[in-house]
Design a protein around this ligand. Sequence first.
Ligand code: SAH
Length: 240
Amino acid sequence: MSSSWSATVLTLFPEMFPGPLGISLLGKALANDLWSLDVRDIREHGLGKHRAVDDSPSGGGPGMVLRADVAAAAIDAVPRNDCPLIYLSPRGAPLTQARVRDLSAGPGAILFCGRFEGLDQRVIEARGIEEVSLGDFVLAGGEIAAMALIEATVRLIPGVLGTHASTEEESFAAGLLEYPHFTRPQDFEGRTIPEVLNNGNHKEIAEFRRRQAEALTQARRPDLWNHYEKGLSPFEKKGR
Ligand code: SAH
């Protein structure tokens, strides 16, 4: 019986998994069935003796394109179980912490990893596949993007990290970048820890951290800052 969060990955390189997802707290959580990982080889649905999965682009141009029929067969072999079907793609909506939080609250995700020039457009439309991007850069394949999505999502599942509370104040949770951290030694090469952090006054500390988070966000991420300024301070809303 498995009601835990389930990741299904469709890839031409199943040997890449679990890879980093099998390490540390995520790996422990995987072993303890807090989440599950089902990795499937797209090539099992390849055509002919050579199990071909790709062909040259219609209209010409460099590289190869993943065939729609092969991709559809691989996708259709996966039980859907109400999971979103996602193609990791640089053309997709950039992944955000809000989306990650939504995903972690759901039953899981089915992740299709592209290779070569990408996936035939028709299967994206025919199967209603959602495209999600890791950012504005181009990877060689969708696998590392899938791993990043899984890691960001699984760490929010209750019980995976030591203290669940630690995900509530981190970067993006409140629409801001996180405040800077300090720990011993008190003096590092002449730089000391801000005095307020040593005084034990929790209200002052929270206020100091909020100001630092705001200043950092304003300086580094005007896009986030704009958004934050328009809305209510999520520091007062708490959670989401
Ligand atoms: N020709 C494509 C890039 C293909 S890269 C284009 O210009 O848009 C090959 C595969 O790597 C893609 O099919 C996709 O699955 C994956 N990939 C590349 N960059 C990515 C990104 N930023 N986010 C998510 N997946 C990405």
